[in-house]
Design a protein around this ligand. Structure first.
Ligand code: MG
Length: 376
């Protein structure tokens, strides 16, 4: 089998959802997805197209590593180039599974578990009163989720210098109060994670993490920016609140120092962004050496989400994966299956070949990202 073409389309979802279709000289095609690559990733994939045509699509790791090394001076360590390769990588796994008539998890080593636990990104934000928080939490728990995440940063702050990340007394107390309200509304059996999106400095982060210890959070997410691993470790070692980070890192090379220094309690690679299925399985295995669990960040459609679940199924240290679409119908309409892949807070793995979920182009095209082409 040979690759005969590589095509892209893009929809407006959580930012841009970028679709990659690999065509071959056989009846089989593969569909992949990547997020956060933007228009740059489309241009990169179009540039790589000629190098992919004629290749054996089954040599997935070799294709990925060859393309990455060839462009090591053009961003082959992180960013849009890696995300573009990730979209290609997911499509190659889908294609290989379909051509061999097996689910991708069988190609990755087989399952540790039958279903994948999912948490919901809950629409709880700073400034809400308890009644509003309880309503938002109840609407998530009614769907069967056993865990959720809230955003505790942001909102309007009087006299706030947006470039300084030291929290004021008002900001700190508002964050702690919001977390307390969410935990009270959730009850003791439900996991609650809190995200501060890299927006604190070290002393503010340590103070918040310590004041959250009483709530036994599932985790506190990205308390400080991701690029200084020693600062992240300083926060982690100062508190019993679990610290989770990694959605802004790429490749196993990007995770190596974080894992080796045990600077996080939980890692959260975004699988359809930071390197794809093979790479994230290696990242998870590296974390497993230090008994660090994997809780992937995820803002992709059901296709990227299900692709991520094939990794989650095949590593021992999987904890939980994100779902970010509670308020949007795109989630169920954009796939041919027309049913929510999440049932009672879990995604079950099926016996379908490849990734196991198919894009409904007629619906997807209604969400076409302005200024992009459609599988041309
Ligand atoms: Mg986050």
């Amino acid at each position: 089998m040979k690759i005969t073409d590589v095509k892209t389309a893009a929809t407006r979802g959580h930012g841009m959802h970028l679709w990659v279709r690999i065509e071959t000289d056989s009846p089989f095609t593969g569909i992949g997805e990547c997020v956060h690559g933007g228009a740059q990733a489309i241009a990169i994939i179009q540039n790589l197209r000629q190098r992919l045509i004629g290749r054996d699509p089954f040599a997935i790791d070799a294709i990925f590593e060859e393309m990455r090394r060839r462009h090591v001076f053009d961003g082959g360590s992180a960013g849009a180039l890696i995300t573009a390769l990730t979209g290609i990588e997911l499509a190659l796994w889908d294609l290989k599974g379909k051509a061999l008539s097996v689910p991708v998890y069988e190609l990755l080593g087989g399952k540790f578990r039958e279903k994948i636990r999912v948490y919901a990104d809950c629409e709880v934000n700073p400034g809400m009163d308890f009644g509003t928080v309880r309503h938002a939490v109840d609407s998530v728990l009614e769907k069967g989720f056993t865990a959720f995440k809230i955003d505790v940063d942001g909102g309007e702050y009087k006299n706030k210098d947006r470039f300084n990340w030291t929290t004021s007394e008002f900001e700190h107390e508002r964050m702690v109060r919001l977390i307390e309200m969410a935990c009270t509304a959730a009850g003791p059996e439900i996991g609650v994670a809190a995200d501060v999106h890299t927006r604190l400095d070290v002393p503010s982060a340590i103070r918040l993490a310590r004041d959250c210890e009483q709530f036994h959070l599932l985790w506190l997410e990205e308390p400080v920016p991701p690029e200084n691993i020693d600062a992240m470790r300083e926060v982690k070692r100062s508190t019993s609140t679990p610290i989770c980070c990694g959605e802004n890192l790429y490749l196993r090379h990007g995770f190596r120092e974080l894992i080796e220094k045990q600077a996080a309690d939980i890692i959260m690679p975004d699988i359809p962004k930071c390197g794809g299925l093979s790479e994230c399985r290696k990242i998870a295995n590296l974390a497993e050496l230090y008994y660090i669990p994997l809780a992937p960040h995820n803002v992709s459609s059901p296709i990227g989400t299900m692709a991520s679940c094939h990794v989650c199924a095949t590593v021992p240290n999987f904890l939980i994966i994100e779902f970010h679409w509670t308020q949007r119908d795109y989630w169920t309409t954009i796939i041919q299956e027309k049913r929510d892949i999440i049932q009672d807070g879990y995604i079950a793995l099926t016996d379908r070949p490849g990734i196991g979920v198919e894009l409904d182009e007629s619906v997807a095209r209604q969400h076409q990202f302005p200024g992009t082409t459609w599988f041309e």
